[in-house]
Design a protein around this ligand. Structure first.
Ligand code: GAP
Length: 399
């Protein structure tokens, strides 16, 4: 259960991550970006509690031998697939193990990170010493996490490796509740600005049993997926659990030194946005189908190509040359694509399916009056635009 992203998927994913980075890092005075290692010393994961606690209860059916997460099952005794009897739950380590160096003994064993968070906690002192931020402030990171999930499936909803967009927001203890509420609003408005349907989104608070070992309060934003209501993002209050543990286990002082007053461990509010789940809900919400066609109603900011350029006929050199030169000119300003296969109708439908907001056609009139037809993906309406104005026309519509 891993997925590869092709030329269009990778652009859609980059656009999502770029929007997120701009919004939560570049346009904020209080959040700093980092990029930390996937492979870290095993002792990081001992200090963080993951070696001991990042485990799931696994049961196996004695008849069909399928495996399930015991905490996902309603009936703990019987297999949900064949009705067979289930084994007693066994705890199962959720981190992938690998080895550093030539030997494969315990000492060389390390883990692939299951969250990007720990890389930010262990860099806390470096950030204080180099950037000198004042509380409250946040660290942000986009990167891969790896989890040896027992139950997989539902397309890219739950996979073994995935991209997360994560923020550790450091505050004084007395301010954690206020900060938690602020991040609830931030996470919600990010989704609304992406164009998601409010009615499909809701908050759900974790019960004490459900919460991760580090968390004192967790709320998920859930989305009504076609396979049921499920977690889209998580917001956790981690207290001072991580900084305190890393400090105590490594001997490195990870306290914050306020300009006046005693040093202390800041408390952490952590909003985590799954990038692949974001891409999944965007696909789900953008997919439109009517009697005539299938189209992907992507926000132009997210669309892999902003515009496609066609010559009306592929075998008329003048049309092809003019279309190709318009395409090259637009490509300087934003992602564009050139297509001369099949007929115009088929090209429109092909671009509709991948969410290209506008198609530009060069026809015989274009050669005379230097205008082209711009066709809109959503309304299918067409208008003539001067070639000289085309770039600004598209830029205006994107923004
Ligand atoms: N540092 C906090 C943390 O890791 P989490 O709720 O375990 O929290 C955060 O994971 C987010 O990562 C989830 O809300 C979800 O969007 C995404 N995610 C978690 N496991 C995933 C998986 N196996 N496949 C795809 N996305 C996943």
């Amino acid at each position: 259960n891993t997925y590869d992203y092709g030329p269009l998927g990778v652009e859609l994913m980059r656009n999502i991550q770029d929007l997120w980075w701009k919004r939560f890092v570049l346009k904020r005075p209080d959040i700093y970006g980092v990029n930390t290692s996937i492979l870290m010393n095993r002792r990081v994961w001992e200090a963080s509690g993951h070696v001991e606690n990042f485990t799931d209860p696994l049961v196996e059916c004695l008849s069909c031998h399928k495996r399930f997460r015991a905490d996902h099952l309603k009936d703990k005794e019987r297999c949900p697939e064949c009705g067979g009897k289930l084994t007693e739950p066994k705890m199962f380590q959720g981190m992938f193990k690998t080895h550093v160096g030539a030997t494969e003994d315990k000492g060389a064993e390390i883990f692939l990170r299951p969250e990007t968070a720990q890389g930010m906690f262990v860099n806390f002192k470096n950030i204080l010493d180099s950037i000198h931020p004042k509380l409250p402030f946040g660290l942000a990171q986009i990167g891969k996490g790896f989890r040896n999930e027992i139950t997989l499936g539902n397309f890219i909803f739950r996979t073994l490796e995935f991209d997360m967009m994560e923020i550790e927001y450091f505050v004084e203890e007395k301010n954690w509740e206020k900060t938690f509420e602020l991040w609830k609003e931030e996470m919600w408005s990010w989704l609304i600005d992406l164009g998601l349907d409010k009615k499909k989104l809701s908050w759900r608070e974790h019960s004490e049993k459900e919460r991760a070992h580090y968390s004192k309060r967790t709320e998920d934003i859930e989305y009504e997926f076609p396979f049921g209501r499920s977690e889209l993002y998580g917001l956790a209050y981690r207290g001072d659990y991580d900084l305190r543990n890393h400090s105590e286990k490594s001997g490195v002082d990870l306290k914050y030194y306020p300009p006046d007053g005693e040093p202390f461990y800041p408390h952490v509010v952590e909003p985590t946005f799954g990038a692949n789940r974001t891409l999944l809900v965007i696909l789900l919400e953008s997919y439109k189908k009517d009697e005539k066609r299938v189209y992907l109603k992507l926000d132009p900011k997210l669309a892999p190509y902003k515009v496609a350029v066609f010559p009306l006929l592929a075998n008329k050199e003048d049309l092809v040359d003019m279309a190709y030169s318009i395409y090259k000119d637009l490509l300087v300003a934003f992602p564009a694509v050139f297509d001369d296969r099949g007929n115009i109708g088929k090209r429109y439908f092909a671009q509709d399916e991948i969410g290209t907001p506008w198609c530009v056609t060069v026809d015989f009139d274009s050669l005379k009056d230097k205008t082209v037809t711009v066709r809109d993906r959503d309304t299918m309406a067409q208008e003539r635009v001067l070639v000289d104005n085309l770039k600004d026309y598209i830029l205006n519509r994107i923004s």
